[in-house]
Write a new protein. Structure first.
Length: 419
């Protein structure tokens, strides 16, 4: 039987040694890998031993957590990589395809060469692992009745153990399609979200920048402090899970549902607009007073997009940073945000902000009625209105004024930058 929350501690004690060996092997192998997951020729001899450790640990842990079929898939992929040569790009199609979302309250163990979204530098298909428990808050069920999902892919998980990239970085999501593989999947079956990490990230990365640029008083909902900064870690997890559900729900709406148009929305500019659209639609849905934590989630969405994502150190090539800069510039153009003279702080016109978000969602969705070729080219033209051409190797140049404000905010001793 799959491991449950109640008996996980017993299994954790039994698996401790295996996790220690796995962590050491993954950390050492990362130093020998190129960004595409292949082993550098100079490290091939050392890598053979480390890969053997991965195989033994994966078998033991998959059997501990009652998924021996996934151990078979991992073995097949690892053996094929060995046969092709560790200096070739790993292709873990079988590992990816064998993954299934756990039932609520159940554990899942995953090990694969994986590209983390917003992970640490250097970015690439390095081996990552995690053991996590699926924990779906009851409030998500209530929201699903208000906003039905045609096919819910969003799985909320709490990390029990994980590699440093999984457990310590700002990356909240695990997408199976980011596992190094030879074949691109034709559809997305599910996505895991580690929402237990969000409270720390928001408190240390986002909130200080918000207070520096907007002040401590909640300018959206007329409170003495920002509602989003008053939640406990437990309440924050539940609220973030609702945001995750709504975000995924809106991915599966509109003229071009993501799961049916993944081949188009993997285009950088089309994907940029898709991500902005679904978060804008999620934020607007949270103005519905029936949504639990609606006002807090509205602030989470707006603040993360505006004040955390653009501060990625690789912003000119970073997808999420691009969404933040685009949204920031749009709100400035619409006069929803403006400099108000209070020591470099910004003023907010909340009514104009909401109207701007509604119009932005409408304009992006209108592009989805175009045919395939026109859709991608129109998405690029739309994005370029806010994100000008960048230098060699860059996707765009950050808007100068927005970048200046954010840089000033992170130079304040009470603030912090993103990583």
């Amino acid at each position: 039987m799959p491991v449950s929350c109640l008996d996980l501690d017993h299994h954790e004690i039994a698996a401790d040694r295996c996790f220690e060996e796995l962590e050491a092997a993954v950390s050492a192998l990362r130093l020998l890998q190129a960004s595409d997951g292949s082993v550098l020729p100079s490290g091939e001899d050392d890598a053979r031993s480390l890969v053997g450790t991965l195989q033994v640990c994966a078998r033991s842990l998959h059997e501990t957590y009652a998924t021996p079929d996934r151990a078979d898939a991992f073995d097949a992929d690892l053996n094929a990589w060995r046969q092709a040569g560790l200096t070739t790009v790993p292709k873990f199609d079988a590992t990816r395809d064998a993954l299934l979302a756990p039932a609520n309250g159940k554990a899942i163990f995953v090990l694969a060469p994986y590209l983390l979204a917003n992970g640490p530098k250097p970015r690439g298909h390095f081996f990552e692992y995690f053991l996590a428990i699926r924990d779906e808050p009851e409030e998500v069920n209530a929201v699903s009745r208000l906003y039905p999902h045609p096919r819910n892919f969003c799985q909320s998980l709490k990390i029990v153990r994980g590699s440093s990239g999984i457990s310590e970085s700002n990356s909240l999501a695990f997408f199976p399609e980011n596992i190094a593989a030879g074949r691109i999947p034709d559809r997305q079956r599910f996505a895991f979200f580690f929402f237990g990490k969000f409270h720390r990230i928001f408190a240390t990365r986002t909130a200080p920048v918000v207070c520096r640029l907007l002040g401590d008083v909640d300018l959206f909902f007329a409170c003495e402090m920002w509602r989003s900064m008053s939640l406990s870690p437990q309440a924050c997890y539940r609220a973030r899970a609702i945001w995750g559900y709504l975000h995924d729900r809106f991915h599966h709406g509109g003229p071009r549902r993501f799961d049916r148009n993944m081949h188009l929305k993997m285009n950088w500019f089309a994907g940029l607009l898709e991500e902005i659209k679904v978060d804008v639609q999620s934020a607007l849905a949270c103005l519905d007073r029936r949504i639990p934590f609606g006002e807090e989630i509205f602030e989470f969405i707006i603040f993360d997009r505006l004040f955390r994502y653009p501060l990625q150190p690789d912003a000119p090539t970073n997808f999420d940073a691009g969404t933040g800069f685009l949204l920031f510039q749009r709100l400035l153009d619409d006069r929803a945000l403006r400099l108000d003279g209070r020591g470099g702080r910004l003023a907010v016109d909340f009514e104009t902000l909401v109207l701007s978000l509604r119009q932005l969602s409408t304009e992006i969705e209108a592009l989805e009625h175009l045919d395939d070729a026109d859709y991608c080219s129109a998405a690029r033209r739309f994005a370029r209105r806010y994100l000008p051409e960048g230098g060699p190797g860059e996707r765009y140049a950050p808007p100068v004024q927005v970048l200046a404000w954010l840089d000033a905010a992170t130079q304040d001793p009470a603030s912090t930058s993103s990583s």
